[in-house]
Design a protein around this ligand. Structure first.
Ligand code: EPZ
Length: 420
């Protein structure tokens, strides 16, 4: 397994281009299952999760071609049963359930397992599909959903920690070919849901209100092929913004879409970081002292849970006490014990982490546990005295396109040691 060796202490300088969004492209790829016609998706990030989704679509019978950052998919003849092992391995693939059911009237996909950040049930996905008339049973590890023709319905999709992003995507993709009108209340409002709504409408669907808590979908008989450019990855942009602030550097994020990052930029400003907007670009710089801030993760447009770990690193460098509360996933503090190896002082109290900041971190061997925790460990390594070795970086390759190459261009002393 690859590892990163990072020598800390170099402020990041320069510009970085933000890639297409992983969490937008996965549902977009699933949506291509809704038509027999060819679809083209542009600005597709070169990530292991994306290639994995490509394998899953191929195992269903679609043709999948990667040409640089362009993806050509045609799901002319497909089957409703996915490869158990493939699907089980990547949670995000659950979003093939809705389009398969909508198009084929049958979808059999393996139950996604839990993951280190939480149990992550799919009860809301199934509740939504059942509301459209699907018969759903869980058998032999499979979700087996059938419906001769789905029927539009009004449904509430809110759960104990608010809306569900992929649950909203699944129900949207099932409802576009259903008979009649579907109204999703308490829908997720993430930019990735808007991007999916735009793609579905480009395919001939009738989706109104994506990005608001109420989405109305008028079913149509069939959909056609379409072309679409993925939105930029707001979580990658936020990660580089925090890295620039943590190292006391100055970085321009090309193509970042600041309008997707209000909650993050607000907290960075509150912490004393300089944020400048110019069009779709953002310039992040920090020269002075940081101030402690309290953060609570919330559904969009609140502070994203996918930036919680990175912001925690920034607060370990900040003199004073910060309280970081995780309200979306019940066990998303895996990075805390690894940050403690680097000398951070963090105490966990229920859903909150109390960070006593201000002490310089010192390099050590640490292990990545999940995608965003690994990004946080890389940022910590960039600021720490001496050398930090981050192992299991396959986690980071799932969601960041060539992060080490991009960081080196900004002056970071980071090296990838490939597995022997
Ligand atoms: C998406 O996951 C993202 N993944 C996650 O990013 C992100 O953290 C999450 O949304 C929240 O923003 C992708 O888009 C591929 P949810 P998703 O359903 O849709 C509970 C990353 O780092 N819930 O919105 O799976 C759930 O347990 C990843 O890129 C139910 O209870 O998340 C959680 O507590 C990690 N029942 C909350 O809702 C359900 O049926 C939000 O989860 C579904 C969810």
């Amino acid at each position: 397994m690859d590892r990163f060796l990072i020598k800390g202490g170099t402020p990041l300088h320069g510009e970085v281009t933000i890639s297409g969004a992983k969490n937008a492209v996965l549902p977009l790829m699933a949506a291509t299952l809704l038509t027999e016609e060819p679809c083209v998706i542009r600005r597709v990030p070169n990530l292991s999760d994306v290639r994995f989704m490509g394998q899953i679509l191929f195992s269903l019978g679609a043709t999948v071609k990667f040409e640089g950052d362009t993806l050509r998919i045609q799901a002319r003849k497909i089957k409703g049963v996915g490869d158990y092992e493939l699907i089980r391995k990547m949670r995000g693939s659950i979003c093939i359930l809705g389009p398969l059911l909508g198009r084929m009237g049958r979808a059999m996909v393996s139950m996604p397992g839990g993951c280190v950040i939480g149990a992550r049930p799919i009860d809301l996905h199934l509740k939504g599909l059942k509301a459209l008339g699907a018969k759903v049973k869980i058998e032999n590890g499979y979700v087996d959903a059938t419906a001769r023709r789905l029927k539009g319905a009004e449904l509430f999709l809110g759960g104990r920690s608010g809306p569900t992003v992929l649950g909203t995507a699944n129900v949207m993709m099932a409802a576009v070919l259903a008979d009649g009108v579907t109204i999703i209340e308490s829908a997720a409002c993430e930019p990735e849901v808007i991007d999916l709504g735009n793609f579905l409408n480009a395919m001939g669907a009738k989706v109104v209100g994506a990005g608001s808590p109420t989405i109305t979908i008028t079913g149509v008989k069939c959909l056609h092929g379409a072309e679409h450019e993925v939105i930029p990855d707001r979580i990658e942009a936020a990660t580089f913004a925090v890295a620039a602030a943590a190292t006391g550097g100055e970085v321009t994020l090309r193509g970042a879409r600041p309008d997707h990052l209000h909650a993050v930029l607000d907290k960075l400003r509150e912490a004393g970081v300089k944020v400048e907007r110019s069009g779709q670009d953002l310039k992040i710089s920090r020269h002075g002292r940081l101030h402690p801030v309290d953060i609570t993760t919330l559904p969009y447009s609140g502070f994203p849970t996918d930036v919680q770990a990175q912001m925690m690193v920034l607060m370990t460098l900040t003199p004073g006490i910060s309280i970081i509360t995780e309200r979306i996933f019940e066990s998303r503090f895996m990075h805390v014990s690894e940050l403690a190896r680097l000398g951070a002082d963090i105490a966990i109290e229920g859903p909150s982490a109390i960070v006593k900041g201000g002490k310089m971190l010192s390099g050590a061997p640490v292990m990545a546990s999940d995608l965003r925790a690994s990004a946080a460990l890389v940022i910590a390594g960039l600021t720490a005295r001496g050398t930090t070795e981050v192992s299991r970086v396959y986690h980071i390759d799932r969601g960041y396109e060539q992060i080490d190459g991009k960081l080196r261009k900004l002056g970071a002393r980071i090296e990838r040691l490939e597995a022997e």
